[in-house]
Write a new protein. Structure first.
Length: 135
């Protein structure tokens, strides 16, 4: 009898965790921006390196998380423009701040993982986790 209760409670816990993770995952997900060498640049301001994409700065060294990806993995990623990132951030800002009664100072609190992808060769890409200077 006790085993039944433990199994049932474990099942309910599992369902709850799946639903919670799904809701959080939908609102706070990884965002990928493509670095275009012809129109974007890397700038250094006050000894800090930034990607400058569409006149927005992304701190390269804040997290120090850089790795390489294959073309196959890159084909599975969905990219977002900086303009869409602003728009989505504004929508989520109001939702997250009112639903959770939080004071949010930067969109980095909503988008925990923002990555800039830089093409190294035809089959190799550099992925850098960045801090968006959105203030």
């Amino acid at each position: 009898m006790e085993a039944k209760i433990v199994i049932r409670n474990s099942f309910y816990l599992f369902v709850f965790l799946c639903c919670t993770t799904n809701v959080i995952g939908q609102s706070i997900t990884s965002k990928y921006l493509m670095f275009n060498k012809t129109k974007d640049s890397i700038v250094i301001l006050d000894a800090i390196m930034y990607y400058k994409i569409d006149n927005n700065l992304f701190d390269i060294n804040r997290y120090e998380q850089i790795d390489t990806l294959s073309k196959k993995v890159m084909n599975e990623q969905r990219f977002i423009s900086v303009e869409k990132l602003w728009k989505e951030g504004k929508e989520l800002f109001h939702k997250v701040s009112t639903d959770k009664n939080l004071l949010i100072e930067t969109y980095n609190e909503i988008f925990e993982n923002i990555y800039v992808i830089e093409k190294l060769s035809d089959c190799k890409y550099k992925r850098t986790r960045v801090w968006w200077v959105d203030y």
